[in-house]
Design a protein around this ligand. Structure first.
Ligand code: PBG
Ligand code: ZN
Length: 322
């Protein structure tokens, strides 16, 4: 006998009724690049539609976005003085600390502010940690990263997001934050971050390319899915509130496996290279941007992502693609 469920006719209403994956306007986080100056808005060539903003212009742009539901952002600092010890990364006057202070003053809890915690945009050598004897020294780096997280929390950040990939940084950050009275500052860990060519456009945007060598010593080998899970679960033990997989599109299996290995919320980072490829192809008329973007977002959610960081978030929310 034919057992096909004929009664569920695929009318538009039934399609919606039985859809297995449902995207929500609440799941998106939008990245911003903030820099010095006044009335400064500079398009980033490698990332069409994304700008460097001075703080005054950032506030205007956030204000506009908020009206359309862009209420969760992650901040990257650009153009700070670069030194060997990354001092500008954890200064209480850093560009990120100032931006957070101003944003929270203006928007209070209407805006959820996350800060990226990594020193590669603040070091002369462009690595994500402190170099000692020609080597990225794990524990010296962790110390600086924890101080950086604390400086962001002191400025009012709701959540800090370590993207450096040193070992033990989540635990070190958690205990420093707790010691200093910031028990309520959350940690979004870039728990699984692969050494990826998809970060290319971002490194232009953040001026954070390593001057020599690459990041393979601390970022993960994209051939290794089990190692990725192991690393992520260590971050969970150390007190991460959310675990993130990055990049996203080429790593849907990792998102799925991580989702099934933890009860924490899972985020994915739809990174610069993924964004710029879609933008470039749509500009040439090769693809339908809206349809491709929403198909990608759906794939992240179907794989198991609860939260999506994406440069497309503004389009999705403002143009009502969802
Ligand atoms: C810095 C950092 C990077 C990204 C986020 N934080 C770049 C890198 O590790 O090289 C990538 C974001 C993107 O490509 O959109 N540690
Ligand atoms: Zn870095």
């Amino acid at each position: 006998m034919d057992q096909r469920p004929r009664r569920l006719r695929k009318t538009p209403v039934v399609r919606e009724l039985i859809a297995e994956t449902r995207l929500s306007r609440n799941m998106f986080i939008y990245p911003y690049f903030v820099t010095h100056g006044k009335k400064y808005v500079q398009p980033i060539k490698a990332m069409p539609g994304i700008n460097h903003f001075s703080i005054d212009e950032l506030i205007k742009d956030v204000d506009h976005g908020l009206k359309h539901g862009v209420n969760k952002i992650v901040l990257f600092g650009v153009g700070e003085e670069k030194t060997k010890d990354a001092a500008s990364a954890f200064s209480k006057n850093s560009i990120v600390a100032k931006a957070v202070t101003e944003l929270k003053k203006e928007f209070k809890d209407d805006l959820y502010v996350i800060t990226d915690v990594c020193v590669c945009a603040y070091t002369t050598h462009g690595h994500c940690g402190i170099i000692h004897n020609n080597y990225v020294h794990n524990d010296k780096s962790v110390e600086v990263l924890a101080k950086m997280a604390l400086s962001h929390a002191q400025a009012g950040a709701d959540m800090v997001a370590p993207s450096d990939m040193m070992d033990g940084r989540v635990g070190a950050m958690r205990s420093l934050l707790d010691d200093k009275g910031f028990e309520n500052t959350a940690i979004l860990s870039y728990a699984v971050k692969f050494a990826s060519a998809y970060y290319g456009p971002f490194r232009e945007a953040a001026d954070s390319s390593p001057q020599t060598g690459d990041r393979k010593r601390y970022q993960m080998d994209f051939r290794n899915g089990n190692e990725a899970l192991k690393e992520a679960l260590l971050d969970e033990q150390q007190g991460a509130d959310i675990l993130m997989v990055k990049p996203a599109l080429a790593y849907l299996d990792v998102i799925r496996n991580l989702k099934q290995s933890t009860l924490l919320p899972i985020a994915c980072y739809n990174v610069s290279g993924e964004y710029s490829m879609v933008k470039a192809a749509s500009k040439q008329g090769l693809i339908d941007e809206q349809k491709i973007v929403m198909e990608n977002m759906c794939a992240f959610a179907r794989a198991g992502a609860d939260i999506i960081i994406t440069y497309h978030a503004k389009d999705i929310l403002q143009k009502q693609w969802l």
